[in-house]
Design a binder for this molecule. Structure first.
Ligand SMILES: *[C@@H]1O[C@H](CO)[C@@H](O)[C@H](O)[C@H]1NC(C)=O
Ligand SMILES: *[C@@H]1O[C@H](CO)[C@@H](O)[C@H](O)[C@H]1NC(C)=O
Length: 173
């Protein structure tokens, strides 16, 4: 009898400790914040006439650094009036590569994919010395189909000048 209850106690202890382990692992949580723009000048960076995109969809994906397997993928999240989003992610992802990606644009006239503004890398671990659970992603954006006419002026202000070559418009700092 004594033996049986010892075994019972022992397995209870194992049980409890694994419950506690999973509780503490689940408690690690990060909030990733960022903004999505309509790139109205098709330059893939923010200008004063970039427009926040309300209702864009983004998600966050983490992949194993070594073999590329997707380990986490969040639900799609909508941006608010200011083009801002918050994505909640569980767990520490020190050994993974995590990125926020654009999923869908709400605007027909502004949904061309961009190279530089398509994804943003986010480091999600407390092991790198960054305090707190908040993490910030770089801006993301879709390109407007036709650039606004003010773009030339705006980019000139920013110190860019326009090259009008055979491949269309491009801007050089
Ligand atoms: C990533 O994949 C490698 C190789 O398969 C494996 O050894 C490692 O444990 C994985 N890392 C994580 C965090 O799952
Ligand atoms: C890659 O890593 C994941 C865990 O991150 C693991 O489940 C999977 O088996 C690994 N694949 C290979 C081919 O090693």
């Amino acid at each position: 009898m004594a033996k049986v209850s010892q075994i019972a106690l022992f397995s209870l202890a194992i049980c409890l400790s694994s419950v506690l382990d999973s509780v503490s692992a689940a408690q690690v949580k990060f909030i990733v914040e960022g903004k999505v723009y309509c790139d109205t000048c098709r330059v893939e960076f923010e200008t004063r006439i970039s427009e926040p995109l309300k209702g864009a969809l983004v998600n966050l994906e983490c992949r194993n650094r070594t073999n590329g397997t997707v380990t986490t993928i969040t639900k799609d999240v909508l941006t608010d009036d200011a083009g801002a989003y918050k994505i909640e992610v569980e767990g520490d992802h020190a050994e993974e590569i995590c990125e926020v990606s654009l999923v869908k644009s709400p605007r027909d006239d502004c949904r061309d994919p961009t190279e530089a503004w398509r994804k943003s890398r986010v480091v999600m671990t407390s092991k790198d010395g960054i305090e707190g659970i908040q993490r910030f992603a770089n801006n993301l954006g879709f390109k407007k189909r036709e650039p606004l006419s003010e773009c030339t002026e705006v980019l000139k202000e920013m110190g860019y000048y326009e090259l009008q070559g055979e491949e269309g418009h491009s801007y050089i700092p």
